[in-house]
Design a protein around this ligand. Structure first.
Ligand SMILES: [Zn+2]
Length: 162
């Protein structure tokens, strides 16, 4: 399942990516472009715009009423019966994997040797972190501990409540 989120749903898009779902998001995108990408790439539109969903013939969308991104995330996961993604290291082929995607640009992360991360991460991280991943698109490095504990706790709460 692939998504495209409207301009009001930037934080939701980040959470979905953290869960491993392919989610496009552009901070400012015109409606017609968003609709075209959704159609061409077979993406479900996530939107808060009541006007947008009145477009004739629009089928694959979810209109969200909540302001809170975690409420929005819960709504999306429930609406499409999306099972909790596998934990990062036990993912099966084709299923979304937790923390497998760049939260900034949606690209799948790649494992990289520790030495490759050295110039780009703080010294103590290099010394203590186990494995490193890098986004091949924007170059951002990820490691265990990249995501704040509070965020992980919140995500786990949502997933266990489904
Ligand atoms: Zn990236």
């Amino acid at each position: 399942m692939k998504f495209i989120a409207d301009a009001m749903l930037g934080r939701l898009a980040r959470w979905l990516r953290l869960l491993g779902f392919d989610t496009l998001y552009f901070p400012d995108i015109e409606d017609h472009r968003l609709l075209r990408i959704a159609r061409e790439e077979d993406r479900t539109i996530l939107t808060r715009d009541t006007r947008l969903v009145k477009v004739r013939g629009l089928k694959n969308f979810l209109l969200l009423h909540d302001n809170d991104p975690f409420e929005q995330l819960t709504r999306v996961l429930k609406a499409f019966s999306l099972y909790p993604p596998e934990q990062a290291d036990s993912g099966k082929e084709g299923r979304p994997r937790l923390y497998s995607r760049c939260s900034l640009c949606n690209t799948l992360l790649e494992d990289v040797p520790k030495e490759q991360a050295k110039p780009s991460v703080p010294e103590y991280v290099y010394q203590t972190a186990g494995g490193f991943k890098q986004c091949p698109q924007c170059g951002k490095f990820y490691w265990k501990g990249t995501h704040p504990a509070l965020l992980k706790k919140k995500l786990n709460e949502i997933l266990s409540g489904l």
